[in-house]
Write a protein of this length. Sequence first.
Lengths: 305, 322, 338
Amino acid sequence: MLVFAASDKGGTGRSVTSANLAYQRALTGDHVAYVDFDFGSPTAAAVFDVPGVVRGTEERGLHSYLEGEVNEPARIDVWRQTEHPLLRARPNQSGRLVLFPGDAGGGEFATGEDALERCIDLLLRLNGEFDVIVVDLSAGRSYAVDMVLAATAHPRMRNVPFRWLVFHRWTRQHVIAAAGLVHKEHGIIKGGVERGHDEEALRGAIRFVRAAVPDPESPLWSHGTPAQAAWMQACDEALRRLAADHGIGDSVVLGVVPLEPILQWREQLITEEDVLSTQIANKETLEALEEIALRLTDDSYWGRP
Amino acid sequence: MTEAVFRETTAEPRTQAVPLSHLSLELGHLYMEDFEAGPQRLREHFAQVRPWAEAARAAAAAARPGGRRPRISTCFLIDDYFTRFSSPAELVPLLLAEADRAGLTIDYLARESGCAVTGKVPLAQAVAGRIVESPPPGSYGNRPPAAQTGWLANGERSPVARAPQAMKTAAAWQPPKETAARRHSVFLDVELWSDDPDGHRTFSCPFLAAVWQLARLGLLRNEGEPVFVPQPHTASGFPEDWDELPALVRLNPRADPFAAYRTCSVMPNRFLPVEHAVRVILDQTEVDRGALRQVAERSAREDMTVPDSVADRISYVFYAGP
Amino acid sequence: MGDSGPGESAPRAVLACGEVRTCLLPTRQALDIRAAAQFLGLRADERVLLSERPNLYARSPDILTGVDCPLPTANGARVRAVGTVAARAALTEGRVLQTSAHFRLPADGPDQRQPWGHYLVRPGVVEPLGKLSHETVAQGVLGGGRHGELDVGLIADALLTRLLRHPLLDQRPPLRSRPTRLRWVALPAGPYDGPSIERFTLAEDELRTVRLRVPEGTPSAEIAGFCDDLALHDWLLTTVVRVLDGLTLGSQEPPARGRAGAVQDRPAVVRVVRPAVDHLLHLWMPRARVVKDLAPLWEVLEERPGFTRQWQALVQRIRDQLTLHAIGSLYREVELTP
């Protein structure tokens, strides 16, 4: 199963959330690949705490692979190469978690026919090897989005299931932008149909994840005045109506990740340890991530809304 | 697999041998423009060829140890691939008469379209699958730089200007480089074929000429079987349609074998660029290993020296003329 | 490491090297022998070798790749070499795909690069410019070269990539598995010695290295044949071990935070083990395509680490799991009966 992580804007928590989903799936025993197609800013390695590849690899990353400079992209076994003390002790019954980083200093590039073929080669090989392949895509209407839309429409990939997660923050601007990325001109659906996708099938394979959503009930806001609480409640209501009006209402939301202070400070994987022992992360955050990770392959959350 | 008791014929490679002469001497190519220029053009051609053909025979005899008679066969190629003109019934007798007038005998007559497809065998396509590009220095097993489908070069092309990654600068222009250059390059890039919008492939003249050379060197096989095998000419006349003429006809029943250890072609010097391209192609074509071995073994038994490199087995005489 | 073909004038080879990629063919059904012939038809004019005894096996013609680059060396010495690397693909029982690239090296070669035709009539030979320390190169090859040095694995991989694009493949592998790489070198054995395995190493997760001694004159295609066979069986062991790793013992249900979306009505044992039974267990047949002269090499491997012993233990474990499962369901049925 391919899972594409997209967002219209930067700062949506797309990379850190999708990395956490990959981590959660690996914990349940799946073999998981995390593929960094955020070409303009290949930094996934930082989330997994992999030293030496924090700014991507030198010259063997995905940029070099797609441009034909190397035949096989570098792969990082996260359990083995991470400096995160908890991750190093690979949990029992967990599956493999492998990161495919971009090049150090790699930038956005125009993908041609050749890069497309190589992208398909890579995704098919990973499909034979991993249960879940999370592909983190550059923000906006990017070459990365374009390339994977073309790849998944290619006859060679006809039997490979894929799903899209579109991440956005819970603000007016982000809601409108995320809806635009999916539904508007040159968006994922129209672009996908142009490349040969069936519109209904593609629409049914796209779900939204609301990230960094402040929960008015949360202790974080308990010091506020009643007026503030009422204002937040009203805003939340207005945003829900806005989202529904733009075709990204609750029925197509796979999950909601609460605003998590530690993620505001540092993009990282949230472990049980962070919640239970050191208590630096909120239980609700971990539960939300676990829930979304499970729903990735739960068919009752997918299909026509 | 090694025990002789059990054998599976489909599990063993095998290559059939073909009879071989010492020299295959080509007396010319005929294209439509030659035919349109009238019989006079053919007459002039054969008159020009005659002394060089004799020189080639003498050279072959000199290379033969003990002064024994070398086996030499002559051949002539007619283009029916790029343009169809006249008919065998009209053209072949004229051709033979003009050769005869110059004192030349054409042993074998070939049609160029037979170099593309012979019978049901897609000969040219098969040879295209045997091209092994000469690696420019620095080739370590990665894919060849700027491989261009349908083209073959004698060196490294100028890098294609590709849109660089964002905020990286594009590389400056670099000249192409002949791999075997001596200080300076004579770079040649050969178009092997072109495809039309319907997917129909037309092979280029140099590519078919390279196939023709391989046929004359006895190095073509299809699944181990010889291809481009001469058919005897039994009928009294020649057909009205080129398709009814076999790809290779033996006109002289007492001719030496068609294929030979070496070839020599006598032609006007307008063919020079084409034949340069033929060498570039042959230099990068891996021929059937079984066929290669058979030629090596046969020639060794006859004390004939045959160059290792296939491209070095062919030679030319270019005469001044149209 | 004998020379065949017209390159008899080339000096005898002192080293043969190669690399094999082994992977599951990504198709729902194994290819039958005719489909295999179509799949491996890399050349229009050369037949695919097909064999039905003792198992279904198809092998493509060799294709060549030109190289001109430094050889990997253990001491960093730069030795430029020019020639061709031979690569071929094989399909066992229409299920396991292998691509294998190899070349042999003479002790010395011409001082400068020859016209390309010189190398094309010596298929699978890479000639050093000047002299060569074969021990240094053997170590360099096994250790993996630096960027820009001859990488025979890339050639095997390029052929694999080409084949995996074939339209005959539906890209629906019946189980998740990982490709393996086996890198090998063969040095000449002493004048009266038979073939021997000096070292067989499981280097990283997917890389194995083998160092062999073979009698002089052993064709490199035959050495490659042995190494393909070794790689195939090593891959089978690796893959079945991993399948069993995925089993949650002591429970026939998925783990507590079990695999989401998994087929819940089928017990984990059957779901995990079934594809291995369907697609892998019948493939074990060491030495099926190893020439007689090299067959003794397998005896060493059977002694230590004991390939077939481990395989039989794995097969037995799979059968036990299935039997226990069958008994378990029977037992539940009995319980349910009033």
